[in-house]
Design a binder for this molecule. Sequence first.
Ligand SMILES: [Zn+2]
Length: 288
Amino acid sequence: MRKNKWLSYIILCLLLINIIAPIPVTHAASLDTMVNTLAANTLETSTAQTGNGLFQQLFDLVFNKILGPVFNIFSGNSTSSPSTNNPVTVKPIPPTNNNTTLKNRVIVVDPGHGGSNPGAVANNTRESDNNLAVALKLRDKLVQAGAKVLMTRNSDQTVAPEGSSLSKELEDRVTLANSNQADIFISIHSNSNSDANIQGAMTFYPTGKSSALASAVEKAMIIQTGAIDKGTSPATFHVLRNTSMPSTLVEMGFVSNKEEAAQLNSDSYRNKLAQGIFTGIVNYFNNN
Ligand SMILES: [Zn+2]
């Protein structure tokens, strides 16, 4: 209470010195009138304060219009021009993911082979199993990043009805991508060679078309896995030739090579492959 009394006294003195003194006041009533007028003209909240007394209006006037600006002058250097006087630099928050890059992108992920067609089989490894395992991991990463993923198959099955011709099987994969106006088409395979020493990852793109997607995927996949880089090549595979959007076919490694077959069969290496392909896709969209 003692503090409030002194505060009121100081405020009244300030008010008298700064406002009332230059203005001739002839009687007590004019003080009330003048403050009301000043408050009505200068305070945004004056209409809400019509029920308050003279003292409340004096408080508002002094704090909002006299002390407020005075304090702003004293502290103005740090608030009005922080870029020149504030030594603290705020680092921008780095992006935590690539959500905006892949947001609403329609991506077809095509695990090669499946069902009655296991693809290359060697060293106790089936190509169709490797392809599906990596494709499902890739799907999860893409979905998490906001992409709309369409899988040509989600399990160990053929895409076309079992017993259909190979051309029908491949055509159904292409149709899924073309009929949904996919942004890109990614076909995932494992390689095989009669020479068991050959190993490494390679990526194909449709002959006569851009190699940008294949290059981005190959590069990121090699960085992520440390596999031998067998580069990118043009190819006339059915799914590359007939898809109407940028497409690529990834050969992740050779099941015919004992070491690489073991890697393709391991969950940790499949994670690296999926992460590498995912990063390649993100990089592709960031640069194209
Ligand atoms: Zn294959």
